[in-house]
Design a binder for this molecule. Structure first.
Ligand SMILES: [Zn+2]
Length: 129
């Protein structure tokens, strides 16, 4: 991959990282404000706990995305960006444009998903027996 393309992906990844770290999340801010409301009745408490669970889920997912972006930037630094981790083939530019954190080429990704589906199906059948 040429320098210009790598620079493009680095800027894309850094921009997404900034968006995640600085932009904050409007629902999270609104939910945090909700926590200051006092005193709460039972319905408020139930709603508050449900909101807290949602905030935790969003925070967890955000941390995962930040980690995936850091890993992709590291792969640019290491000269491994755009190379499939399984077959060492090239990950297509279209796929990287849509998902710059991709670590697998589309062929390996599909193979992996097929295996996961088969295992999930076998587990469900096993649980039913
Ligand atoms: Zn591959």
């Amino acid at each position: 991959m040429d320098e210009g393309t790598l620079r493009h992906f680095r800027e894309l990844l850094e921009s997404r990282m900034r968006g995640l770290l600085n932009g904050g999340c409007a629902p999270c801010s609104r939910l945090a404000d909700h926590g200051a409301k006092d005193p709460m009745d039972e319905a408020d408490m139930a709603s508050h706990h449900s909101d807290q669970s949602l905030v935790h889920t969003i925070n967890y997912r955000t941390q995962q995305l930040v980690q995936e972006i850091r890993s992709a930037i590291q792969r640019i630094d290491d000269g491994e960006f755009g190379t499939c981790r399984l077959c060492s083939g090239s990950i297509g530019l279209g796929r990287l444009q849509a998902r710059p954190t991709a670590m697998l080429c589309i062929h390996c990704q599909e193979t992996l998903e097929n295996v996961r589906r088969r295992f999930a199906g076998a587990r469900r059948r096993g649980a039913a027996a």
